[in-house]
Design a protein around this ligand. Sequence first.
Ligand SMILES: Cc1cc2nc3c(=O)[nH]c(=O)nc-3n(C[C@H](O)[C@H](O)[C@H](O)COP(=O)(O)O)c2cc1C
Length: 376
Amino acid sequence: MLSQEEKAKQETSFRKLHHLEICLKEKVQSHETTKIEDFHLVHRAICDLDFDEIDTSLVLWGKKLQLPLVAAAMTGGHPDVRKINENVAIAAQKYGFAMGVGSQRAALEKNMPYITESFEVVRQLAPDVLLIANLGAAQFGKKWNYREEQIEKAINLIKAQAIAIHVNPGQEVIQIEGDTYFQGFWQRLNGIAEKIKVPIILKEVGSGFSREDAQKVENSPLSGIDIGGLGGTSWIGVETLRLEKETSSLNYEMGNLFWDWGIPTAISLVETRSVTNKTLIATGGIRNGMQAAKMIALGADIAGMALPFLEAAAQGLEELDILVKKFQKELKITMFLTGCKNLEELRSIPVVVSGYSKDWMEQRGIDLSMPWRKKI
Ligand SMILES: Cc1cc2nc3c(=O)[nH]c(=O)nc-3n(C[C@H](O)[C@H](O)[C@H](O)COP(=O)(O)O)c2cc1C
């Protein structure tokens, strides 16, 4: 007989597969937007630029990126998802954007070659790419007891430049077999962070980061935040759809109630950047290069997308080419029309705030002129 713990370990890689299938087949996005539509960049008619010379490159954690973009953490851990990782890795190497892998928990706990290979292949196909490893915060609580050893294994498996620890209390509390024991993780992670050679960031998966939590990161040895805000894939939604199939009616009802829980990505970015100068990745509902440009103007170092990469990678390399080329052009057009020849200039242009986001910022006492955007 398998213990509860063994069962949970076995289920991890199959659950990841189920998640992926749901994301590809069902409507998994939040009904709320990122609120990026409330942030307006000012058009510049006197354009003194050569479009072809607009520079979208930057250096992050010692690696040069051609685009301020990361294919956000999604997958690995099951043979059926290996192709997704392979395709995204090939595109990342070709176009010079960063890539995060999905939770590596299954690889650490099961030690099966087919699982570890689905991650290792990413580094093989993307030798020059900034890669971000991934583990869950709940695993650092007292129940699972992860320590430096697990972080180092996850990093070494893909020779990552950084590691993201995902904080996903909304997802876990709706997931029927979710890990809701987070207690102690923050203290332990802080204790570990200084011993790890690469940057550690915290990452939400669709409910965003508040100014209060960003302040905690600012005062900690952690290196940054992937804000994973509301407005894109809802992980509470994905778990709700899983429950629908399993007819667990009470959690299903609660999943629907909390489907759109969280802080919209653009607002979350403003909240976090107003109190920290650490690296910020804006993920959650970014769907084109213009939205990414706005996020950078609001103070993000780079933007991230998950669902669009999943959908394109499932179709093949040609779809990924289209996705990335389109993103690149939309970003450059936005820079062209705002008179910015590089990303540094994009971070200092005026941004006008309206509507819901203006109300939010006023109530939260966040300076509407956003003087801290340039700090990066
Ligand atoms: C299929 C899929 C699997 C994901 N798995 C992970 C994961 O293992 N770890 C993690 O930190 N985030 C995971 N995410 C969350 C994304 O990295 C991202 O934060 C979220 O989906 C919001 O971005 P989007 O709106 O562009 O999809 C996953 C997303 C998708 C679509």
